[in-house]
Every structure is written in structure tokens, then in C-alpha cells.
Design a protein around this ligand. Structure first.
Ligand code: FAD
Ligand code: DLZ
Ligand code: SF4
Length: 507
């Protein structure tokens, strides 16, 4: 007999390891282990989500006729890690072999390879593009731009295609998806689920075991099985999708979710499938219930960005997370873990991250990510923070977004230029600046918005790298035209602000 490993983010009926297995003779191994729950200090909501969804999926597999050896976190026999649990179960059942679906993290892939047992890691084919397909696409290209990859995925899936042409005559409607924050939100937000008995039991366990982790466990409302996740999707397609495109980039202090789908955690754990989610959105457009800019924008995120970043993660190899092309070394400031800060935008995003284990893309990219990049924070620390605090964070998807897109630490593989902006962008797209200690209009002086100071500090210190970038020429021309005394003042004030942050002041 063989063991079939099912990890906490592999909760899908169609999983390759389950397809390879034989329910008449094999045993499915699922294990809640301290090693996975604490290799970074995951948000308690994320841990509770994964454990509750694992318990329910195990029950579902048993109903399908599988024999499941499930280890709970508080089981006295628990060996503490995935490899150790596999060895313990192999001895218990006399198993000679392990069948697995390749994990979404190099760390676990290597740990499985190192087991003193034959382990067959089958491809994770819950994605549209295999690693081989991505490698073929990437071969010989000077730049790995998502847009071209995305078009291939549209052709491959037929999503939003009219014959050989994109629906509406354009591949990309992003230009229509950048409206600033609206006055009112016409969507009540994601469907919320009251904890059932399984969830309650997990919540008690997590509250007991992970008290020191950043993040609020309660209130807990995530879907924890496929049926609930499908209900959540249906609710969002009906009420959120129609305006998703228009306000995709907007940020509001009191609206954490706006029109976003909040499905990353369900997709990444395997409760929803990417293609079914896209087909549901496409059907809404074909039925006239959602406009093309919203549906195209959403589908691009899933079959474009999500598939592309996974391709990058495996294409670039295990050292990707250690890259630091810009040589940034500052420590992540305590404000990221909830310590007081005077920056209203940072406080808003960190506060909602603590309560919801969620922030939407622009909050991640243009508030916390932008700040970390401008302030020269060590990208390894930034990476660990993002991996810990978001319920949808797994290394294959988080690392290319953080190391690549947000921190430019891969030297420009994912992003053709760094995603940096002064406070103007945040002022335009959000309502944060009105209540801030700093003044977004002030470029220098005691009340100057730190984004304004740090923006020029970043560009100045990385001049040699970015001056020749055609997309940044105009910005450097503006900097070069600026009065010399003003430039000196900006750089001095930025250095002083950074020094105060490093000294632990609540800046
Ligand atoms: P929506 O905005 O409603 O989008 C729908 C779906 O599209 C998402 O659920 C996701 O599956 C997919 N998607 C959108 N953008 C991306 C992207 N850039 N990369 C991959 N998939 C994308 N996404 C994660 O799933 N896990 C992460 O750990 C993660 N870390 C990020 C870190 C940074 C610094 C940045 C800038 C982005 C990160 N993203 C991550 C991408 C994106 O921010 C989230 O997928 C999105 O905010 C999740 O919220 P949502 O489900 O409401 O997404
Ligand atoms: C994220 C997570 C957590 C918190 N706990 C477990 C667990 O106890 N058991 C398990 O099998 N998986 C867990 N996971 C998901 C894994 O960390 C994930 O499979 C790897 O990071 C690979 O993506
Ligand atoms: Fe953020 Fe600057 Fe606006 Fe304050 S003024 S909220 S620091 S962008």
C-alpha cells in the first residue's frame, strides 16, 4: 500500500495525487503540523482557515470512500512536520511509497525529495499552464511580460474570445479600471459564514496555540468548504463583479473589500478552481449582468497574473526569495506589526490586515509595498511579512508579487520599472490623507508626507540603475530640473526621517 499526501492547500477533488491513488488500498495522509503553522508567524485567521478546511476536506474524502489518516495539531502522537508525519504513518501502515502532488514551495519539495522513502511528486495540474509550458513560453524572450503570456492563456482557454479575436476588440481594458475612490459602495461585501462546530473547535485550538501571532482571530467568517466557497463566489458575481473593474484600484478607510472578490484564499487552498471562477464571470458578461471592463479585468488577474507569477516562481528557482537586487538592508519597522505610526495610510492597511488577514492589491502594492521599497527595507523581511499576514499567502504566489513586482528585488524580471510613487497617488486613490498627521501637499518641512520625501530619496540613490530606463526618463528629468537647494533639503529630510524610524520613533 501507499500513502497519498494531501497538504493544506491541496483541498481539491481532482488533485493529481488522488487521481493516481487507489481508494481500495491506499491511505490518504493529512496532518496539522506545528512546522507549517509557524515557519513564518501566520495570521491566526489563516491558520484557522487552513485547519478547518483540512478537517472538512478529510471528512469529505472519507465520504468518497477514502481511508484517511488525519493528524490533529494537538494529537500527542503528532510528529510536528510533514516529513516526520509521513515517516510515522509509513511505519504505522507498512507503506513502501508516497504519492504526492508537488507542493507550492521549494522548501517542501526538497523535504519530500529528502525522505528516506520513494516519493512520487506529480505535477499540480490545478493550473492552466504547466511549468514546462511556462518554460517554453519564457525561452528566448528578453523580457517575461505578463501581457503576452495572458493573451496566450486567453487563446488557450477561449475565455472572452470571439473566434481569434478578443471580445470587445481589445485584450485589456485596464485603462477603464482606475477610477478613484467612490463616495459610496453599493456592495455589502463578501458572504460571511457563522462558525460551525468544526470551525469552533479549530478556533479554540488556534486561540490556545498561537497567541503571539499578529492578527485577530475573531470574528471568523471565512468559507471553509467547497460548498460555502461556491456560495461566496455566486454572491460576488451577482453583486460585486459589475463594479469590480471601475474601482479596482480605489482605497477607502472604512471599506476593506470594496468590490474585490476576496477569493484568493479559496483558490489557493483548492476550494475553488481558476477556470470555473473565470467561466462564471464570463457567463455574467454574456448574460448582460456585468460589463466587459470588469469581467476582463477579473479574468486577467486569474489566468494572467496568477498563472504568470506561478510560472515565474518555478522558473526562477529556490534562490528567488533571497534576491536583493537593490541591496536594501533596513529592518521592517514595528509599524508593520501594529506599532503606532503617524502615517494614516500605513495604519489603515496594517489595521485591516490585522483584523481581516486581507488587503487588496493596491493596498499591498502601493501602500505597504511602496513604502517598504522607498524606505529600503530588506526584501527578505518584507517577503516573510507578506507570507505571514495574508490568508491567501503561499510562497509560489506571494514571492513573485513581493520580491518581484513590489520590491524590484529580482532586478526587473516581473516589473519593468519599480512600483514607486509619492503621496499623490495615495491621495488620488484613497481617503486616507485627510485624516493624516502629515500633509500630502507638503514636499518638505516638518509635516511633509514621508512618501514625498522618500520617493526622491529612492530615485536619487538608485540613479545609476534607473536613469536609463525609458519609462523613468521623465521622472529623472523632473528631479534634475529641481532647484539644487531644494534637492539637498529633500534628501536631508528623507535621511533624517529614516533615521528616526530606525531609532524606533513612532514616525
Ligand atoms: P481580486 O482583486 O478580486 O482578484 C481576483 C483574483 O485574481 C485574486 O483572488 C487572485 O487569485 C488573482 N490575482 C490578482 N492579482 C494577482 C497577482 N498579482 N498575482 C496572483 N494572483 C492575482 N495574491 C495571492 O493570492 N497571495 C499572496 O500572497 C499575494 N501577495 C501579494 C503581495 C503583494 C506585495 C502584491 C502587490 C500582491 C499580492 N497578491 C497575492 C496579489 C493580489 O494582491 C491578491 O491576489 C488579491 O489582493 C487578493 O484579493 P482578492 O481575492 O479580493 O482579489
Ligand atoms: C499554511 C499551512 C498551515 C498554516 N498549516 C498547514 C498544516 O498544518 N498542514 C498542512 O499540510 N499544510 C498547512 N499549510 C499549508 C502548507 O504550508 C503549504 O502546503 C505549503 O506552504 C506549500 O504551499
Ligand atoms: Fe499616507 Fe502621506 Fe497621505 Fe499620510 S499624507 S496618508 S503618509 S500618503
Amino acid at each position: 500500500m501507499r500513502l497519498i499526501l494531501v497538504l493544506g492547500d491541496q483541498l481539491s477533488d481532482g488533485l493529481s495525487a488522488l487521481r493516481e491513488g487507489d481508494r481500495a488500498r491506499d491511505v490518504v495522509v493529512m496532518a496539522e503540523v506545528q512546522a507549517e503553522a509557524s515557519y513564518v508567524p501566520h495570521h491566526p485567521k489563516k491558520i484557522a482557515f487552513v485547519l478547518a478546511a483540512m478537517r472538512k476536506f478529510a471528512h469529505h474524502l472519507e465520504e468518497q470512500g477514502w481511508r484517511v489518516a488525519f493528524t490533529r495539531l494537538d494529537d500527542p502522537e503528532n510528529a510536528g512536520s510533514i516529513p516526520a508525519e509521513l515517516l510515522r504513518r509509513a511505519a504505522e501502515f507498512g507503506a513502501q511509497e508516497v504519492i504526492a502532488t508537488q507542493p507550492g514551495e521549494w522548501r517542501l519539495i526538497a523535504a519530500l525529495e529528502d525522505l528516506p522513502l520513494p516519493v512520487h511528486q506529480f505535477a499540480d495540474d490545478r493550473f492552466l499552464a504547466s511549468q514546462a509550458e511556462f518554460a517554453t513560453w519564457a525561452e528566448g524572450r528578453k523580457q517575461l511580460r505578463m501581457e503576452y503570456f495572458y493573451r496566450d492563456m486567453r487563446r488557450k482557454t477561449g475565455l472572452l474570445m470571439e473566434g481569434d479575436d478578443p471580445a470587445g476588440g481589445r485584450w485589456n481594458f485596464d485603462a477603464e479600471n482606475r477610477k478613484p475612490a467612490p463616495g459610496q459602495i453599493a456592495y455589502a461585501g463578501p458572504l460571511k459564514f457563522a462558525p460551525d462546530l468544526v470551525v469552533e473547535e479549530v478556533l479554540t485550538l488556534v486561540a490556545d496555540r498561537f497567541v503571539g501571532h499578529f492578527g485577530d482571530l475573531h470574528p471568523f467568517w471565512f468559507a471553509t468548504d467547497r460548498e460555502q466557497a461556491l456560495a461566496h463566489l455566486e454572491h460576488w458575481i451577482a453583486w460585486g463583479l459589475p463594479l469590480f473593474g471601475d474601482f479596482q484600484d480605489a482605497m477607502l478607510h472604512d471599506e476593506q473589500f470594496l468590490y474585490h472578490a476576496v477569493i484568493g484564499l479559496y483558490l489557493n487552498a483548492g476550494l475553488l478552481e481558476p477556470l470555473e471562477v473565470c467561466r462564471a464571470a464570463e457567463a455574467a458578461w454574456r448574460a448582460g449582468d456585468a460589463p466587459l471592463n470588469a469581467v476582463e479585468g477579473f479574468i486577467r488577474q486569474i489566468i494572467g497574473w496568477r498563472e504568470y507569477v506561478r510560472g515565474i516562481y518555478f522558473h526562477e528557482g529556490p534562490d528567488y526569495v533571497t534576491r536583493n537586487a537593490l541591496g536594501h538592508t533596513r529592518d521592517l519597522p514595528p509599524a508593520f506589526w501594529g506599532a503606532p505610526t503617524r502615517m494614516a495610510c500605513i495604519k489603515a492597511v496594517v489595521d485591516q490586515t490585522r483584523t481581516e488577514a486581507y488587503a487588496h492589491h493596491i493596498q499591498r502594492l502601493m501602500v505597504t509595498g511602496n513604502f517598504a521599497l522607498l524606505a529600503g527595507i530588506d526584501p527578505g523581511q518584507v517577503h516573510e511579512w507578506y507570507l505571514a499576514v495574508y490568508a491567501d499567502a503561499y510562497e509560489w504566489v506571494e514571492a513573485p508579487n513581493v520580491i518581484g513586482m513590489s520590491q524590484f528585488a529580482d532586478g526587473g524580471i516581473v516589473a519593468s520599472k519599480p512600483y514607486v510613487s509619492s503621496g499623490n497617488y495615495i491621495a488620488r486613490m484613497s481617503d486616507h490623507c485627510g485624516s493624516c498627521h502629515y500633509k500630502v501637499k507638503d514636499k518638505t518641512g516638518p509635516g511633509a508626507c514621508p512618501f514625498n520625501l522618500l520617493y526622491w530619496h529612492f530615485l536619487d540613490r538608485h540613479r545609476n540603475r534607473f536613469r536609463a530606463n525609458p519609462r523613468m526618463g521623465q521622472i529623472y528629468a523632473n528631479w534634475d530640473r529641481m532647484d539644487r537647494d531644494k534637492k539637498v533639503l529633500i534628501l536631508a529630510e528623507a535621511s533624517d526621517w529614516l533615521a528616526r524610524m530606525e531609532a524606533g520613533e513612532a514616525v
